[in-house]
Design a protein around this ligand. Structure first.
Ligand code: 1GP
Length: 239
């Protein structure tokens, strides 16, 4: 489901937060993002969602030509209006709710809805302040200075059988994941590496891709930027 475009080193994924988009803006935004080179949409929030999560997903799916993949902060964010779901396990933390409880709650629905499942080892990396993932999940991020420990977590995720490793600095992170961490993780794992959180410039995305990131996730910067070509610039930089 997550495929790089032919000839590209990496793929750009746009995160759509259901609480940060209006239903009436969905069509124009989705069209801009996909025309400018995004390869997939992630959809979800680390916080409880107030908007109608199903209605917005339905609208996105109706006009999306690229996969719409749920990136749920909890089992309550599962909707049938998607192509797949990142079945995330927060293995950087030790909270059983995010290691198995939400999975058990969601599994029967995911099966019934026929969503394609992408089992994902999700590692929260310290970014300089307390992120909403940290607050909501009541877990500690992995210290960014202890790279062997981050690599060990990623490896454990792969050995357990997870098909993707996701290094997350947190939405709006001041310090995104560093190229050094990506390089060290990529050298040890063989599954695709997704990186997100606080990535603000195409240049930084390029550095991360050169370090070994297979997929880069951006969210906040698109909502805040006035540059109408920003997605194209990210996609171009990552080729
Ligand atoms: C995806 O949470 C991130 O991994 C998105 O972060 O909103 O900071 O781009 P930003």
């Amino acid at each position: 489901m997550l495929n790089k475009k032919e000839g590209n080193r990496s793929g750009l994924i746009v995160l759509i937060d259901p609480d940060k988009i209006k239903v009436e803006d969905v069509i124009s935004k989705v069209n801009i993002y996909q025309e400018q080179g995004a390869i997939a949409f992630f959809y979800g929030s680390s916080q409880p969602v107030k908007n109608d999560i199903h209605a917005i997903a339905k609208e996105i799916r109706a006009c999306a030509k690229i996969p719409l993949i749920l990136f749920p902060g909890s089992s309550e964010q599962v909707t049938p209006y998607a192509d797949g779901i990142l079945f995330i396990t927060l293995i950087s933390g030790r909270n059983p709710d995010y290691l198995i409880e939400h999975h058990v709650k969601a599994a029967p629905f995911v099966k019934k809805m026929g969503l394609k499942v992408l089992p994902t080892a999700y590692l929260l990396i310290e970014c300089g302040y307390r992120t909403s993932v940290e607050r909501v999940s009541k877990t500690q991020p992995l210290p960014s200075s202890n790279i062997p420990n981050i690599v060990a977590h990623a490896l454990a995720g792969e050995m357990i059988g997870m098909r993707y490793v996701y290094l997350e600095a947190g939405s709006g992170a001041k310090n995104p994941v560093s190229p050094e961490i990506i390089k060290a993780v990529k050298a040890e794992i063989s599954v695709p590496l997704i990186v997100g959180g606080g990535i603000r410039t195409p240049e930084y995305a390029k550095t991360l891709v050169e370090a070994g990131a297979d997929f880069i996730v951006v969210g906040n910067v698109l909502e805040k930027s006035d540059d109408k070509e920003i997605v194209r610039k990210f996609a171009e930089a990552m080729k």
